[in-house]
Write a protein that binds this ligand. Sequence first.
Ligand code: NAP
Length: 304
Amino acid sequence: MYDLVIIGSGPAGLSAAIYGVRAGLKLVVIEKDYEGTGQVALSSCVDNYLGLPGMDGYSMGEKFREHAVGFGVEFLEAEVSQIEKSSSIYVINTSDGNKLETKTVLYATGATHRKLGAPGEEKYDTKGVSYCATCDGAFYRKKTAAVIGGGDTALDDALYLSGICEKVYLIHRRDSFRAAEITVRKIKEKENIELVLNSTVTEILGTDKVTSIKVNNKLTGEDSILDVSGVFVAAGSVPSTQAVPSDVNLDPAGYIIADESGITSAPGFFTAGDVRTKALRQVITAVSDGANAVTSITHYLENM
Ligand code: NAP
């Protein structure tokens, strides 16, 4: 019987694991196939984490993980298929048939890439369509790529790719960005980044791999074809809540309703990081969520 099962090994889950171990909790972190520490691993540069400016997301995640491993945190590689409650105990079922009993659960699964839903996106996934510039950017050396989105990820990706590709189109559906102003300024200074604003990608075209995209200008209604070898989709994320029990309340966008205490509508079921309702989804807020949630969890366990 565990005191705490943490589902997800991103910054929120690992921070909670460190706080939990230090609080003397018997805990395990369940993670799906390990490919780096959550979404942050895909970021080419995380410039706003206190004390670690300019670090790439993968290396930052590795540092978090080393910290947790050094503190003796137990990891289990598995996919959680269902979470059941039997009196005050949670039973975590994994798709490989494991059942783990625990007094509390911390659901810290983060979020996954939002897809565009454009024809060709699925067909050319990994054949020119990518959701990770740092992972796949090197395949497009001296080629032309398109980045789709107007947030920090899209602009960071465009900057990163501008150092590899001959040309980068940054395609955004509006004419203003939601990324940090400093990043927008850097983008505008890059000669090989062309802004394609008020525009959406309506089709991804190719042969055995991507060769071009069809772009619709929302103001003029005109379609144009841009020749590109790579399409980097950076259209934000959707929360990963597949195994959340039905008595845990979600907001209309599907995020678990909780404030920074991590307390949800279900007693003993806590949440942290990008999967919960919050204004700012950043590494630094995920890390503090993990710590705060463990404070709530220890109070809950003391009063059980
Ligand atoms: P985001 O801020 O949600 O931005 C998603 C972008 O994709 C938006 O510009 C959105 O357009 C666009 N979009 C959404 N659906 C679309 C669709 N179907 N077709 C075309 N465009 C679509 O996501 P994010 O950039 O991944 O950032 C997530 C969070 O992580 C943010 O809080 C961000 O600040 C943070 N982050 C920080 C850093 C950093 O500090 N270095 C790096 C990466 C991410 P609209 O603008 O029109 O809605």
